[in-house]
Design a protein around this ligand. Structure first.
Ligand code: BTN
Length: 318
């Protein structure tokens, strides 16, 4: 009901009369008043003027489903939203929902996480209302060994969305670190639920520093607000991220991986550099020459031997 009230108020430039609104919604004036109060408690500024009615002045900086859905241009990405004020990790909820056959493109979003996790067992710091912390459930028709393509796809989509929404240029460090000027601004975590030759579902997790103040970030990190020197509208940015992810997901399904790999090469800053890749107990040093068609990194050792790396931590040497 509250989503419907917001829809009506958003469509109206001026006031919407209480009589008209309660009539359209099929509820009493008293019930309408109660819903308006609840919306105010959630942070919506709704002005009420006798004889004129209600006017929506501002919405809170929250990633509420109603906010994200209003003006969302996707067909199925983010059409089903599970919103949480606080959560241990959006990944855990996404995996549970994935097992229960949640829809392709279902979105789990939290304003803060108490156990946000990054790659290689790291912690993802998730201060409340500052960043975007989300997981998306996908049911792609791909083989399990192609799942890392989705990580590349997600990284490319974030770069495109941030360019469109904030006019900032992100770079990708293989496989999925999002950087601005060598400082980390976001990261992607992909978790797979599969059988030997069939993907049941994939969860793509994204953590993005949006309105974090510099003093609250570690030295090698930055945020969009810091780079842009102004607050970023998280709802608009999230809508753009969902749109780009869906466009690229459909591109991958319709046209194959070529275009996604080409876009990834455009945004990456790893290829062509001297690197060290730390994977499990060993590390490989050499030149990052390319990625293969499944997104694996090809590293040429000084002996000339080319190694294929599927996961690990990359350090750029020069
Ligand atoms: C990385 O760079 O190591 C990946 C970080 C991924 C963090 C996101 S935040 C939303 C989702 N939930 C989590 O617990 N992790 C991912």
């Amino acid at each position: 009901m509250q989503e419907k009230i917001l829809d009506f108020l958003r469509k109206e430039d001026g006031y919407f009369s209480g009589d008209q609104l309660s009539h359209k919604l099929g509820i009493t004036r008293q019930a309408l008043w109660k819903h308006i109060q609840e919306l105010r408690d959630a942070g919506y500024e709704i002005v009420a003027v006798p004889h004129l009615g209600y006017r929506l002045d501002s919405a809170p900086d929250r990633l509420f489903a109603a906010e994200v859905l209003s003006g969302l241009k996707t067909k199925f990405f983010g059409r089903k939203i599970y919103y949480y004020d606080a959560l241990s990790s959006t990944m855990d909820v996404a995996v549970e929902l994935g097992m229960k056959s949640a829809a392709d493109g279902a979105l789990i979003i939290a304003e803060t996480q108490t156990k946000g996790r990054g790659r290689l067992g790291r912690i993802w710091f998730s201060p409340k209302h500052k960043g975007i912390y989300l997981s998306i459930i996908l049911r792609p028709k791909i083989l399990p060994n192609q799942a890392s393509l989705l990580t590349l796809l997600a990284a490319v989509s974030i770069c495109e969305a941030v360019k469109d929404a904030c006019n900032l240029d992100l770079q990708i460090k293989w496989p999925n670190d999002l950087l601005i000027g060598n400082k980390k601004i976001g990261g992607i975590l992909t978790e797979l639920n599969a059988e030997i030759d069939k993907v049941n579902f994939v969860v793509i997790g994204l953590g993005l520093n949006v309105n974090n103040d510099l003093k609250a970030l570690v030295s090698q990190a930055t945020s969009l607000k810091e780079e842009k020197k102004e607050e970023v509208n998280r709802v608009k940015l999230l809508q753009e991220i969902l749109l780009k992810m869906e466009e690229n997901y459909l591109l991958l399904q319709d046209k194959g991986r070529g275009k996604i790999l080409e876009k990834w090469r455009h945004y990456n800053i790893t290829l062509g550099r001297r690197i060290k890749v730390y994977c499990q107990k060993q590390h490989i040093e050499g030149d990052a020459v390319d990625i293969d068609t499944d997104g694996g990194l090809l590293v040429r050792r000084d002996t000339g031997v080319i190694e294929r790396v599927l996961s690990g931590d990359v350090v750029h040497c020069r």
